[in-house]
Design a protein around this ligand. Structure first.
Ligand code: FAD
Length: 362
């Protein structure tokens, strides 16, 4: 049947789209190379900001959220900012449990034969001309209270010794209770290879410097997210509509995809429900992923600024201006004035080098 939607990839974007399509009674199939159980037991935490959630989706999405905080904080050493925008977390296991009604549409494998709509939601692929954001995090029960009440999006501890090849490093902390938190060490590097041993060592060092004593490790997650320096075309299944990271729906500088996926979700579900052409559906996704040239440029600044402290300086200069700017940065919605504000004062590295690096910005 032409109107059946075949979603390849049962990750975050594929599952959210499937749930929206079911709400509209659209016939569908979801395919994944992994089993339903393997998808469910993946160690993954998806977090996002209140401003990432379109008004029209809010009531529908909130029951899928596992944890909510009333605010957020950033600590860049000399610059400490906290602000009151709510922050949300969806825990992988919880997510699949809540969407277990979709299991009957799930097929382990690939679609065969003639398809209706084909959605390619197979997640990230190796991306040339990109740096990477690599991270390793542990969900920990600590012996003493950690003292945080809201997520720490970025903590740069100046006591951490620098490492060659790492452009910038910070900790990311989600406090779940007084003694429980996800503590993640993240760094930017020019190659995508995930050096887990190094990341584990760095996390241990961060925990020791912060005097966090571990009682129990409750879980752990790691990843290497591509951060492109230039616009590129993802490789898609023939005739498909790219969605999620595969549809370029991610923030080029943070690697996070929820703001972009949520922006495209309802317009795409609506277009599919109305049986619009695949071409029109692609345009809907493209619209949600537009306006990213500045982040490619920012990535060039980051990855060409090979000295650790210089890269930190880019964020320190940028974020110290206002909490609203931080929120707009994470949402991928910087204004022209924000772009200009980045170059007020002395930018820490050569803008000219970044501009003439080569490759397209859109
Ligand atoms: C550990 C980790 C934590 C992250 N945390 C956040 C976060 O907090 N907030 C945020 O916004 N972003 C986060 N990201 C980045 C990004 O948002 C997520 O990776 C998100 O899952 C992307 O959604 P997606 O549907 O595009 O891809 P995925 O969720 O990766 O889903 C892709 C799916 O496609 C399947 N697949 C792959 N190849 C095939 C194939 N050939 N046939 C069929 N199926 C296939 C995979 O098995 C997988 O289930 C994180 C990434 C990682 C790795």
């Amino acid at each position: 049947m032409r109107s059946t939607v075949h979603i390849v990839g049962a990750g975050l974007s594929g599952m959210l789209l499937a749930a929206r399509l079911r709400a509209k009674q659209v016939p569908l199939r979801i395919y994944d190379t992994r089993s339903w159980l393997a998808c469910q037991t993946d160690e993954r935490t998806w977090s996002f900001h209140h401003s990432d959630v379109p008004e029209a989706l809010s009531t529908w999405l909130m029951p899928l959220v596992s944890h909510t905080w009333p605010g957020q904080a950033v600590d860049l050493g000399a610059t400490k900012i906290s602000f009151r925008e709510p922050y949300y977390e969806i825990h992988c296991f919880d997510f699949y449990q809540k969407l277990s009604f979709l299991e009957e549409f799930f097929v382990q494998g690939s679609p065969e034969g003639d398809h209706g709509y084909l959605i390619d939601a197979r997640g990230a692929e190796l991306c040339h001309r990109a740096g990477a954001q690599k991270f390793f995090g542990q969900r920990l029960r600590l012996k003493h209270p950690h003292g945080l009440t809201v997520p720490m999006l970025m903590h740069i501890d100046p006591r951490m010794p620098t490492v060659p090849g790492i452009v910038m490093e910070f900790a990311y902390i989600l406090p779940f209770s007084s003694h429980e938190a996800l503590i993640e060490i993240t760094h930017y590097a020019q190659n995508a290879a995930l050096d887990l041993v190094l990341l584990q060592r760095r996390l241990a060092m961060y925990l020791a410097l912060g005097c966090y004593e571990v009682d129990e490790i409750l879980g752990q997650e790691s990843g290497s997210l591509p951060l492109p320096l230039t616009a590129w075309k993802p490789s898609l299944l023939p005739g498909s509509i790219g969605f999620g990271v595969r549809g370029r729906l991610f923030h080029p500088t943070t690697g996070y995809s929820t703001p972009y996926i949520l922006r495209a979700l309802e317009p795409l579900a609506e277009a599919l429900a109305k049986k619009q052409s695949s071409h029109a559906c692609r345009a809907v996704v493209r619209q949600a992923s537009s306006g990213r040239w500045f982040f490619y440029f920012l990535n060039r600044l980051l990855f060409l600024a090979t000295r650790h402290r210089e890269a930190d300086g880019i964020f320190r200069q940028f974020f110290s201006r206002s909490p609203v700017l931080i929120a707009r940065f994470y949402a991928g919605r910087l204004t022209f004035k924000d772009h200009i504000s980045m170059f007020v004062g002395r930018p820490p590295i050569s803008i000219v080098r970044a501009l003439f690096y080569g490759g397209r910005f859109w």
